[in-house]
Ligand binder design. Sequence first.
Ligand SMILES: [Zn+2]
Length: 134
Amino acid sequence: MCLEVTLFLPRGEKSKASEKGVSEASGLHVNKYRTDDGREAFHLSQGGECSCDLLPSKFSWKNPNWELVPERLPQLAAAVAKVASQSKAFSFRARWLGPDRPDPSSREVGLKALLSIIRANAIGNGVEYVVGAA
Ligand SMILES: [Zn+2]
């Protein structure tokens, strides 16, 4: 079972940010793809596979918030800021793919608030943070 950390564009929108641009801004491995429901997405990880490599060796997927490796937090914030510089509306989510996870939810936030949450290592488990909702 895996953690997946992903930035999503609203359906029908395209980000001018490139995989390479977000990767260079953050130092993370970035995979830009299209979701099954047609949204453009940037998947973030350290090594290019699942996002489990953002987690310390000991973690729980049942907690309300993720505790990620502290060194990865400024990198995630940089990736979010890079996407935000090209798109007013987007969302960010760290979701566990497996059983026993909290119910998915979504929360509207400002960009500054989202960056603070990331830097404080308090990213909600399964929470989709929606920035710039109309
Ligand atoms: Zn994994």
